[in-house]
Design a protein around this ligand. Sequence first.
Ligand code: NAP
Length: 317
Amino acid sequence: MTKVFMTRPLPERVQEAARARYDLTVREITTPLTADEMRMALRDYDGVVPTLGDMFSAEVFADVPDPRCRVLANFGVGYNHIDVDAAKGAGIAVSNTPGAVTDATADTAMCLMLMSARRAGEGERLLRAGNWEGWHPTQLLGMHLSGKTVGIVGMGRIGQAIARRSHFGFGMDVAYHSRSEKDLDFRAKRKPSLVALAASVDVLVVAVPGGSETHHLIDAEVLSAMQPHAHLVNIARGNVVDEAALITALQSGSIAGAGLDVYEFEPQVPAALIAMENVTLLPHLGTAALEVREDMGMMTVTNLNAFFDGQPLRNAV
Ligand code: NAP
């Protein structure tokens, strides 16, 4: 029987679907795989379902010269933790779960936009600390989103879903920076450069994939181009933003606030960010809803099934 290794417990429905066809081993702990576990996975299983934090680097593939593993069916759309070229060089196919994550992640971006602009975290902390003395007309005034401009960095599936919500739901103008011009059914202005985008928007939302190409794409230059009343939101990957430069920008007041779902050295979050009232910090909640995680998991099983039926992977990367 084909042996499959799931590197984290996925929702029960997904495990059942995988168990119906495969000799399934589920690793019951929730931390990323160690290098030893990755080598074991490549050596002892026909298929592996890895996820965020399982760092399948070129070295790991090089350590297992004749792997039993033929497919990595990644749970998640982001696969920057897998060296795809090295995997392919080792004869291992890779798939991901695009689409299943789009709406939930866009919703998390909207949540962060609102929380950051409207100072929701700060207000909640004030109340929970017993320091709320009652409503008054000038208390905790934030930035009104209606009529403002959102700038999307990476106008892909999630970027477009954020843009749609911003345009249709919040009456915002949309501008973006992407490698290619997009054909959209609503008005959105493509800016000639990332710095030009950063300089012209009230909220800058990061939605590009992680990886070496986008490492520190949001750097000190981009942050310093932003307006002092503007907010940065990152739902992409932590290392797309130069976190040290972001801390400097926030501390110096060169931007007004930030809403973050992901961190450069996740799960470590700098004390300097935690200390600032104008920063909203979520623990990578982008797709955290059971039905979304089930959809993602069922996509990994569909990819495994296609692969072991000798068909093309549905979501090859
Ligand atoms: P996608 O459809 O591939 O969109 C990515 C977009 O980024 C594309 O429009 C692409 O431009 C653009 N892009 C890529 N490299 C760029 C660069 N160097 N400069 C400017 N634009 C660039 O991916 P998606 O499904 O929207 O997902 C995006 C990312 O979100 C994932 O890779 C993942 O890391 C992250 N994510 C996070 C969570 C979470 O829990 N927080 C959940 C899901 C996904 P072109 O179209 O021009 O190629």
